[in-house]
Write a protein that binds this ligand. Structure first.
Ligand code: NAG
Length: 496
């Protein structure tokens, strides 16, 4: 049977009255319960408040047929959503009650069907009719910040009014009815630095010149209150941790106007002499540095580089050092920020740099003796007498104190003791007769050491070639004998 406008279905619009009076503690009997629904009204809706807490079942409405004489011959039947479980009907009187607590946020309406039948014959007396029980909202849900707590960041020195983050509180109550879901935002903690827009929940900067280097982190507590913020509204709060982002508003500064460093003269090229740092109160790229030597007598001898963290200057040796030649250098070093804010002008560029002086002293190192040649190539005649001077070898201590040098031969390089080295003069002499035909080269090592410090020892290669002297007459006889045949005549060619 098609549901149609059912003239037989009367409803009680008790809920409107309930709303007007407050719904708690109303004995159902005292409610103004029956109102005849006029044609043209939305006749088939019942309204009932959610979360009824009374002890008696909540009266919802009444089915009534005009044919009902009140003698119990009509049986009212309720079917549809929640019939028998959530809603019950007195089949004689047609009174409908809710026997379960109703929660609009769980289910906001129920579609039910009403029938009126003859109790004896079970014949329908009225066409089946559909109606809806709508659950009316009460403010039983507080606003909730579902994504909180929040983190946000805003650049330091931002203008007042700069938006930081927008918060949204969700209220499960009915947004289309009353103010139960109408949320207003306020700030409980975090003033005077930040504010919140009551309507939109946008958190904004509310103090000028907030400086990250002074204070970086702020805790802001935001409250959302429903009922449009009015007294009695339910509240929810959340925390926003706001950090100030860095901008390059601090110049780098060397903490010393003069740095002292020292380096041994033996330091190899590219070795590190020392580090200096122009400190910058900013962080990240805003503290990145680049360094250069802009002046000073050491600019050709020392180099400068920036370490991999872009913070420190590394001063290195660029050319070999010699204490005896120059023992002190000065560098004028500039450190500059590499990253400047957009719109930085030329005058700012010099603001974001600093200059310092680095004084480098070269330390004397006790160096071993140095020979007057890197290697020696000498010659001696093979018939030279024992004691012949081959050469005077000379070495000197390069250090300032110029220690006396002592000479010797590396014995392993002259195992057969052909040569003799005079310990004080450096005179290299023959000790035995030489024979080029036996040994054409004597390649020996000469040692020089500082007299008072034998650990300062150096050696040099000396190659002595034995010069040929015509001391061996050709002795062909041995060969000739082999070829002289018996009976050969004088003058006969041997090769024929
Ligand atoms: C000795 O030194 C000379 C010149 O350096 C070289 O020609 C020769 O081969 C060397 N002899 C030996 C045995 O090392």
């Amino acid at each position: 049977m098609e549901p149609r406008s059912a003239s037989w279905l009367y409803v009680t619009l008790c809920m409107m009255s309930l709303l007007a009076q407050g719904f708690n503690n109303h004995p159902t009997s005292s409610l103004p319960r029956v109102q005849r629904v006029k044609r043209g009204w939305v006749w088939n809706q019942f309204f009932v408040l959610e979360e009824y807490t009374g002890l008696d079942p909540l009266y919802i409405g009444k089915l009534h047929s005009d044919m009902d004489k009140g003698d119990g011959s009509i049986k009212y039947i309720l079917t549809g959503e929640g019939a028998g479980t959530t809603f019950t009907i007195d089949d004689s009187t047609g009174d409908i009650h809710a026997i379960q607590r109703l929660d609009r946020e769980f289910k906001s309406q129920y579609v039910l069907r009403a029938q009126a039948r003859n109790r004896l014959t079970d014949r329908p007396l009225e066409p089946e009719s559909e109606f809806i029980v709508k659950i009316q909202d009460i403010n039983d849900n507080e606003p909730k910040f579902l994504d909180g707590p929040y983190r946000a960041s805003v650049a330091e020195m931002s203008k007042i009014g700069t938006s930081v983050i927008q918060l949204t509180a969700t209220d499960a109550d009915d947004p289309t009815y009353g103010n139960s879901a109408r949320v207003v935002y306020s700030i409980l903690e975090g003033q005077p630095y930040f504010s919140v827009d009551a309507k939109t929940g946008v958190v904004r900067v509310s103090l000028t010149d907030m400086d990250r280097e002074t204070r970086e982190n702020y805790t802001v507590v935001i409250q959302a209150k429903d009922m449009g913020g009015q007294l009695g509204g339910l509240t929810g709060t959340t925390r926003v941790d706001i950090s100030l982002g860095d901008v390059n508003d601090n110049p780098p500064i060397f903490d010393q106007r003069l740095y002292q460093m020292s380096v041994p003269e033996s330091a190899s090229v590219d070795s590190e002499v020392g580090r200096i740092w122009a400190k910058d109160r900013d962080v990240g790229v805003n503290a990145d540095m680049t360094y250069s030597v802009i002046d000073g007598d050491g600019r050709d001898t020392f180099g400068i580089a920036t370490d991999s963290s872009n913070r420190y200057a590394i001063i290195t040796v660029k050319k070999p050092l010699d204490f005896e030649a120059k023992c002190s250098y000065t560098l004028k070093v500039e450190g500059a920020n590499t990253h400047l804010e957009d719109g930085t002008t030329l005058s700012d560029v010099t603001t974001f740099s600093d200059v310092t002086i680095v004084h480098i002293s070269v330390d004397d190192v006790d160096e071993p003796p140095v020979f007057d040649a890197p290697a020696y190539l000498l010659e001696v005649a093979e018939d030279a007498d024992v004691g012949t001077l081959v050469r005077m070898i000379a070495a000197r201590d390069p250090d300032g104190d110029n220690n006396t040098v002592r000479y010797s031969l590396d014995r392993s390089s002259d195992p057969d003791k052909f040569f003799y080295m005079d310990i004080t003069s450096g005179a290299l002499m023959t000790l035995r007769p030489l024979d080029r035909e036996q040994l054409a080269w004597h390649n020996i090592s000469v040692l020089a050491m500082e007299m008072n410090n034998p650990s300062q020892l150096s050696s040099v290669a000396v190659s002595i070639r034995v010069r040929d002297v015509n001391d061996n007459a050709p002795t062909l006889s041995d060969y000739l004998e082999a070829y002289v045949c018996d009976g050969a005549r004088a003058g006969q060619s041997l090769s024929s």
